[in-house]
Ligand binder design. Structure first.
Ligand code: HQG
Length: 184
């Protein structure tokens, strides 16, 4: 694994899941001072220069990390499981249709329970089929579910858009899901 990918994975682990593992606290919005992050990483045996950090942020294929406007702080854009973070997203109107990529082995449970966020804070949805397919492939044989976001909005469900363009919602009951036929 190259240095950029390795550092990106380390940052995801710290900024989404286990900030306490290097003794840092994230604020409710997920931010931490870059100076503190790098110093604590160093103390735990992981040297990351500021220029490497910035290169990871800038080159990251999914724009997983966001730098604050003043340039002093960093956060993961989405995907959190740590209880330190509770981002107060602004609800926004989603496209009428969103997509969720998953693996065939989860389908039975999804039809029974709907989409649930599991350990993460939200269910992750995308506006396009290609992204959903790539997400599904991480878990096995991919299958794409079509989410009737328009009907969910009418029913009062809220949607949020992360810094990096991932659509988030708390859960998706099965009645709003449809198996996307490969011909569509
Ligand atoms: C499934 C990546 C059984 C769900 C991606 C998924 C994304 C159920 C898996 C981000 C279920 C959770 C998140 C139910 C949902 N029964 N299985 N009731 N409800 N599931 O990794 O959406 O590379 O936590 O379908 O691009 O795959 O990390 O979520 O298959 O944006 O930046 O449970 O992670 O981004 O898996 O991926 P995950 P996800 P990063």
């Amino acid at each position: 694994m190259n240095k950029l990918t390795e550092t990106s994975k380390f940052l995801s682990y710290i900024l989404r899941h286990h900030p306490e593992s290097i003794g840092i606290m994230l604020n409710q919005d997920g931010w931490v001072d870059i100076d503190i992050l790098l110093a604590q990483a160093q103390r735990h045996g992981r040297h990351i220069s500021r220029s490497l950090l910035m290169e990871v942020v800038e080159t990251n294929n999914k724009k997983r990390f966001t730098i604050s406007e003043d340039g002093k702080q960093i956060r993961a854009a989405q995907g959190h499981s740590t209880k330190q973070v509770n981002i107060q997203h602004q609800a926004v109107q989603p496209p009428d249709v969103l997509y969720h990529g998953t693996a065939t082995r989860f389908l039975q449970s999804i039809w029974a329970q709907g989409l649930i966020s599991g350990s993460r804070h939200h269910v992750h949805l995308s506006a396009d089929v290609a992204t959903a397919k790539a997400v599904g492939m991480r878990h096995g044989v991919p299958v794409i579910l079509r989410v009737n976001a328009a009907a969910m909005c009418e029913a009062g469900y809220e949607f949020y858009l992360s810094d990096n363009g991932v659509w988030l919602t708390e859960k998706v009951p099965a009645e709003f899901l449809q198996h996307l036929d490969s011909k569509q």
